[in-house]
Design a protein around this ligand. Structure first.
Ligand code: ATP
Length: 711
């Protein structure tokens, strides 16, 4: 090197030494900004790449219709991208409704505890160094004094750790509660009777294909989401804070220059690691989806156990359960394999490679004379080494966690996608927007026109349908335009072949299916009661079955006593079951405890208790004796209940004054019902039919007789 060059270098070194405190500060600030920026970049929205999760489209599909419809359909696209942040911010508005909410307070408490814990860790790192230095220097009193400090600091340290996990779990529970409340409110309604917006639990299952297992989403997925959300805060905020504080402290000891070099090396390897990270978010969403399908298949089997048992359908059911399980296990195995190799690479880089970088950093003050730092004795060097090493370990652990947080974030993205699919679908359903696979006939011009239309629903004392099409949820137009009316006191009989749309009419009347055209005039839904062939029996005691959906308090508010309820049961000859089952307050699985006929009678007792304006009877007497049926119809009439009856039994005709008869081809007749005349015609028809059956036999006999006569 030439002399002027040497001089220039010497001048530069002197300038650097004299300005080093300033340079150090600048480097420290730059480092802190860099960490924050880098963390922001790693968690901030990425544009959705065509294959953002790297799974070659395997677990991906747009968050459109039909994704959850069956196991072969794909769950919504999952990546830590703008869509995820949009979804998360929508859910955050639900779980942290305001800055003064309990959740915000818990979050504040959590943050304070996290900072406090880092401060304690810094103190412990320094104390550790001092203890070892006093050991190396063989100083008894400082050693004992430092040990005492060590024991004292353990008190706030353990206290903080316990508090942290307590507050984090409380936060998860609070998030879960908020979300569950919101979802339940939307799912089961908020008490107001909205004709179009309510009954989401029905519409989700029947009118929309997107969600197959809301039960799993409401229970399992919300819980996992809440736990991940509560954890992500400490997994992200705390390590970022730690990296900054530990590194600041470290830069004081070893100089910011070494730290910057270390950061460059660490960042490069971290970028490689991140590029190799498998799409854990998509895996989580797919796992939840497959677990939901398996659960659904099992719960169906439990619900239809009797039917399956009578058919001997065990093999088929086993095949279905095994198929779902095999799909789940295959996916879990793939995830396990990927976690395994990723775990190896991750530990190799984070623990071993970064560990060696760290040791080199710790060696800087030992092997190099830092400008402005005096040469140190053995004790001070040991103290520095122990403190720096502890700080480095904590810092690399914190940095590792920032890196892992991407994995946590991906998993959170998976649960966020599930929860928002539930919320979005419910919101759509409440607005009357459904996503369902339509039958092919739905695309024909005439049917498509009907499906695009919307009818009117008006409140009235009587039921009046004017030109209302009967359309199934999958777009099958059963009747193009139906008109009929039911006046109070004029019972209506509805007949027709199977699948022609008799029950569908009630679904429109009950506000379950949309009205695609015309005008429906009807009383509000609470003035109807439906008795289907297999009535609904709720969870609860015997009284609850009779008064459903009332509670005991509602019953008392109505001024009805248990003795009066017994009279209601006596009307259907069921009073003996109160004693038989052990009283009104005994709870059972009533579907199993009562026979089919008894279940129908309980449903009739429920009708007599509620005394609604209208009752919809859908084969409601199919399992009770004919004489009982007549008595129940008469009693209903005497209570002023107007009946809309679907029944194949001619014995019921005489109780009705009007008839709506479907022909099964989309046509119908609505007219007065003259039961006697109709019965006489029916009998004549049956007599002729049985005579016609005899004709072939008579012809054969005639042929025989002719043959004999000709011999
Ligand atoms: N949730 C649903 N989604 C799609 N289609 C449905 C749904 N419920 C009923 N359907 C269809 O609507 C049509 C009419 O059904 P509906 O229950 O009204 O028949 P029905 O006349 O009462 O017959 P049955 O006498 O056999 O009870 C059937 O083809 C049925 O498959």
């Amino acid at each position: 090197m030439t002399t002027p060059a040497k001089d220039r270098l010497a001048a530069l070194t002197t300038l650097y030494s004299s300005n080093r405190p300033l340079i150090q500060r600048a480097l420290n600030i730059a480092f802190a900004l860099y960490v924050v920026h880098n963390t922001y970049r790693s968690i901030s929205a990425r544009p959705a790449r065509p294959d953002a999760d790297g799974s070659k489209g395997k677990a991906r599909a747009t968050a459109k219709a039909g994704e959850d419809g069956d196991a072969t359909k794909k769950p919504p696209r999952v990546a830590v991208d703008a869509v995820f942040y949009q979804r998360l911010s929508n859910i955050l508005r639900i779980v942290i409704p305001s800055i003064r909410s309990k959740e915000a307070m818990l979050l504040f408490m959590h943050s304070s505890l996290l900072i406090f814990r880092t401060v304690i860790s810094l103190y412990v790192a320094a104390l550790d160094g001092k203890i070892v230095a006093s050991l190396v220097r063989a100083q008894t009193f400082p050693f004992l004094w430092n040990i005492l400090k060590w024991l004292l600091v353990a008190i706030p340290a353990t206290w903080t750790n316990s508090w942290l996990s307590y507050v984090q779990n409380k936060l998860a529970l609070a998030y879960r509660t908020r979300l569950t409340e919101e979802v339940t409110r939307q799912y089961l309604g908020d008490g107001e009777e909205t004709e179009n917006g309510g009954k989401v639990y029905y519409k989700l299952a029947n009118l929309d294909d997107r969600i197959k297992n809301p039960d799993q989403m409401i229970t399992h997925d919300i819980q996992r989401f809440a736990t991940h959300l509560a954890a992500i805060y400490s997994n992200l905020a705390k390590p970022v804070l730690d990296v900054i504080l530990y590194n600041y402290q470290l830069s004081q000891n070893v100089g910011a220059e070494g730290l910057i070099i270390l950061s460059i090396l660490v960042q490069t390897s971290a970028a490689v690691l991140r590029a190799l990270t498998p799409p854990f978010g998509a895996y989580t969403a797919l796992s939840a989806h497959l677990a939901g399908s398996l659960r659904h298949t099992n719960s169906r089997l439990a619900s239809f156990a009797e039917e399956v048992a009578f058919f001997g359908g065990e093999e088929t059911e086993k095949m279905l359960v095994e198929r779902e399980y095999a799909g789940l296990v295959k996916h879990e195995n793939t995830v396990l394999r990927r976690r395994w190799w990723f775990g190896c690479i991750e530990e190799g880089v984070v623990k071993w490679l970064w560990g060696s970088f760290g040791l080199c950093i710790c060696a800087i003050p030992v092997f190099f004379r830092l400008p402005g730092v005096h040469s140190l004795d053995l004790g001070s060097r040991t103290e520095g080494f122990v403190t720096n090493r502890r700080l480095l370990l904590s810092s690399s652990d914190a940095f590792g966690r920032v890196l892992y947080s991407y994995k946590d974030l991906s998993e959170l993205a998976g649960y966020t996608a599930r929860v928002s699919l539930l919320l979005d679908t419910m919101a759509d359903v409440r607005k009357g927007k459904f996503d369902k696979a339509l039958v092919s006939s739905a695309t024909t011009d005439e049917n498509a026109k009907i499906l695009r239309g919307r009818g009117q629903i008006l409140e009235s004392d009587e039921i009046h349908f004017e030109n209302v099409p009967i359309v199934t949820p999958n777009g099958d137009v059963l009747v193009k335009s139906l008109s009929f009316f039911v006046k109070p006191g004029q019972h209506l009989l509805i007949v027709g072949p199977n699948g022609c749309g008799k029950s569908s009419l009630f679904r429109i009347l009950g506000g379950l299916w949309p009205v695609y055209g015309g005008v429906v005039r009807k009383p509000p839904a609470h003035q109807f009661i439906l008795i289907p062939q297999r009535p609904y029996l709720s969870l609860g005691n015997l009284r609850d079955q009779v008064i459903y959906p009332h509670s005991k308090a509602d019953m008392q508010a109505r001024g009805v006593s248990d003795a009066e309820l017994l009279d209601v049961l006596a009307m259907v000859h069921m009073e003996h079951i109160v004693a038989r089952e052990g009283g009104w307050d005994v709870a059972r699985e009533w579907r199993e405890a009562l026979s089919g006929g008894d279940q129908q009678k309980i449903a009739w007792a429920r009708l007599f208790y509620h005394k609604p304006k209208y009752a919809v009877l859908d084969e409601a007497t199919s399992l009770v004796p004919t004489e009982m049926e007549g008595m129940m119809m008469d009693h209903a009439t005497s209570l002023g209940i107007t009946l809309l009856t679907v029944s194949h039994r001619p014995s019921l005709w005489k109780y009705h004054s009007m008839i709506l008869q479907y022909d099964g081809q989309g046509g119908y007749v609505f007219t007065k019902l003259d039961a006697e005349k109709r019965l006489a015609l029916q009998q004549e028809k049956e007599a002729l039919e049985s005579k016609l059956l005899e004709v072939p036999k008579m012809k054969a006999r005639l042929a025989e007789l002719r043959a004999v006569a000709e011999r």
